[in-house]
Design a protein around this ligand. Structure first.
Ligand SMILES: NC(=O)c1ccc[n+]([C@@H]2O[C@H](COP(=O)([O-])OP(=O)(O)OC[C@H]3O[C@@H](n4cnc5c(N)ncnc54)[C@H](OP(=O)(O)O)[C@@H]3O)[C@@H](O)[C@H]2O)c1
Length: 307
């Protein structure tokens, strides 16, 4: 097998972002983390395209405000569900409500994400980044398969070029042996997500659902602003100066959600709208199925601790 280029991201960054003029009237699109940054811009982009929205977030006030705003401006239907993705039990409650409401989803965009410079264990005793960035998005993907339109449903995992910062060792998910850093945690969680995309995509394809992963570009958002003043200053005054407008990401997500050609690329990774290569440690391999099994078992253990 040809080794992937470690500089693949440079190629991706140079490609133009493709856009779509499709109209999505009567379609339902679920977006997680819709209350800030990329998710906020993406909700607005789909509303402009006349899609109805299912918005999931942890902050009820922000969600209610967003719902009112989008309904008033775009005359679409909007449903909101509250869930803290650092708790799978909280996520499960929201999933149950979505299922009970019987919405058939055309598109699921797993966008919610976190970057933490400090190691934090959730109440479920799993590292925060791994929980929010990977376990929660995986659980939503598995649980909502039955609610997706078939054929024709699409699931997009908002991943990151940050997956290059670290592999995902199933024997040390919580950084007991590895030294924790924000970059490693972020990279680990995004690599875990990629492995499960490779392992799940063929199964979903058989059901008529296209699952892809994408890097949304390097754009201005609030990611990382939960950290201490030193990181926030670094982000605002150094990284921030190099970041692009967030509409690049929302345009790319709109394209990936509805452009007909994307159905040919189930189980692929896009840099915005260009096909791209992932790091060697994130390539599809038998290990991808081990990560899938680890993920399923971990979620099962968290949700039924006595099993
Ligand atoms: N910005 C970039 O350049 C970039 C680059 C590569 C990848 N990404 C990925 O893009 C995605 C969106 O990030 P962003 O840059 O738009 O960051 P952001 O502005 O911080 O938005 C993150 C969203 O995730 C939600 N979220 C975080 N923790 C949560 C939790 N425990 N429960 C529920 N929701 C939670 C946030 O909710 P609140 O509104 O309540 O805070 C927010 O809506 C992430 O997956 C990130 O890894 C971003």
């Amino acid at each position: 097998m040809k080794k992937p280029s470690p500089l693949a991201f440079l190629k991706g960054a140079k490609q133009p972002v493709l856009t779509s003029d499709e109209v999505m009237t009567n379609q339902w699109v679920l977006i997680t983390g819709s209350t800030s940054g990329i998710g906020l811009a993406t909700a607005e982009r789909f509303a402009q395209g006349h899609a109805n929205l299912v918005l999931m977030g942890r902050n009820p006030d922000k969600l209610n405000q967003q719902k009112l705003d989008l309904k008033n401006r775009f005359a679409i239907e909007v449903k909101t569900y509250i869930a803290d993705f650092s708790s799978l039990a909280s996520l499960n409650k929201a999933i149950k409500k979505i299922k009970d409401d019987g919405v058939v989803l055309d598109v699921l965009i797993n966008n919610a994400g976190v970057y933490s410079t400090k190691k934090i264990l959730t109440r479920d005793q799993v590292e925060l980044g791994l929980t929010v960035n990977h376990l929660a998005s995986f659980h939503l993907t598995e649980q909502l398969q039955a609610s997706m339109k078939k054929p024709g449903g699409r699931i997009i995992q908002v991943n990151s070029e940050g997956h290059r910062f670290s592999g995902f060792p199933i024997l040390d998910p919580n950084f007991i042996k590895r030294r924790y850093t924000g970059l490693r945690s972020y990279g680990s969680s995004k690599t875990a997500q990629l492995h499960t995309v490779w392992a799940l995509a063929p199964e979903l394809k058989k059901q008529g659902i296209t699952l892809v992963a994408m890097h949304p570009g390097e754009v201005k958002s609030n990611i990382g602003l939960n950290n201490g003043w030193l990181y926030r200053t670094f982000k605002r005054w150094f990284i921030g100066l190099m970041l692009k407008d967030v509409h690049r990401s929302s345009d790319a997500l709109y394209y990936l959600a509805n452009h007909p050609t994307v159905d040919e690329y189930a189980g692929h990774y896009f840099y915005l709208t260009s096909l791209s290569e992932v790091a060697t440690h994130a390539q599809p391999s038998p290990y991808s199925h081990e990560v899938l099994r680890w993920t399923q078992q971990t979620i099962q253990r968290i949700l039924s601790p006595n099993s």
